[in-house]
Design a binder for this molecule. Structure first.
Ligand code: BV8
Length: 233
């Protein structure tokens, strides 16, 4: 089983989604700020947005949806979570097999490419904005995949391998951002039974084999009460 998650699984933790109400920051959309062009033209504004999100994430906890998926990956080595989220709540929930397609909001990289290895900085708020590279003292950037940037080839390969599964469930994603949104079709073409857990209908609703309309933090525990994983040797 492979579970693809989006911002909707973190909504119950108090983290605003991207495209729902409350998903906007001031009057900006994610696509306006999460791009290299936006950072190039106004690094201070983009850092202000990320620092605001980092502080929000730091004050939140994984919710029962994250906990159920972590438990499933612990109970079966045939269960993998692929997330679009950068909040690291799946990491904090202890998910055993996790592919983070878009990176982590806690990791930074050097904007000028001085060769510094991306580093983790969990200060919330950050001590200085814009953040700087500890190696060259130049501008640092969030080590996150922005719109128009390619995902890590290794992560994409791992996610595509995870599409060779019997069951593929998309949880809390509007299914509009590629290549993540394409994984559902890939799993379906590989013969997987596909399902969606979402409070609303999405671009994927007409594609999946089963649509479970409701909140992840309600439906996942209900499924968890009824599922037993065959013991994996
Ligand atoms: C790429 C990190 C190759 C940032 C993110 C033109 C030029 C260039 C590229 C493109 C282009 N046109 C299209 C593209 C491709 C583009 C793309 O898909 N754009 C979209 C907008 C059309 N993709 C890319 O650019 C990707 N790279 O293609 O590289 C390339 C390279 C160069 C040139 C061309 C191609 C990179 C995409 C990665 C972008 N980075 N995140 C950050 O977070 O700061 S994506 C961002 O959107 C987040 O990661 C987020 O996770 C993701 C998807 O959003 P969702 O998670 O689905 O969140 P959303 O709010 O939309 O939906 C929440 C859902 O939850 C809703 O359905 C709601 O109903 C539901 N919900 C709410 N509460 C609950 C719930 N469900 C259940 N329970 C609840 N309680």
């Amino acid at each position: 089983m492979t579970v693809l998650t989006g911002a909707g699984i973190s909504a119950a933790s108090g983290i605003p989604t991207f495209r729902g109400e409350g998903g906007l920051w001031r009057h900006f959309r994610a696509e306006d700020l999460a791009t290299p062009e936006a950072f190039q033209s106004n690094p201070a504004l983009v850092w202000e947005w990320y620092d605001w999100r980092r502080q929000k994430v730091a004050s939140c906890q994984p919710n029962v949806g994250h906990v159920v998926l972590a438990r499933w990956t612990g109970q079966s080595d045939r269960c993998t979570v692929v997330t679009q989220n950068v909040d690291d709540l799946h990491v904090r929930a202890g998910t055993a097999r996790l592919i983070r397609l878009h990176g982590s909001i806690w990791e930074l990289a050097c904007w000028s490419g001085c060769g510094a290895t991306p580093w983790r900085d969990e200060h919330a708020p950050l001590p200085e904005l814009p953040a700087t590279c500890p190696r060259c003292r130049g501008l640092a950037r969030p080590a996150i995949v922005w719109f128009g940037e390619s995902l890590s080839a290794d992560d994409v390969s791992a996610a595509r391998r995870a599409c060779a599964c019997d069951v593929f469930i998309a949880v809390g994603t509007s299914a509009v951002v590629y290549p993540a949104a394409g994984l559902l079709q890939e799993a379906s073409s590989a013969g997987a039974f596909t399902a969606e857990i979402n409070t609303e209908t999405t671009a994927a609703t007409s594609e999946v084999d089963a649509s479970l309309q409701g909140a992840a933090e309600v439906i996942l525990p209900q499924l968890d009460e009824r599922v037993t994983f065959r013991h994996q040797g």
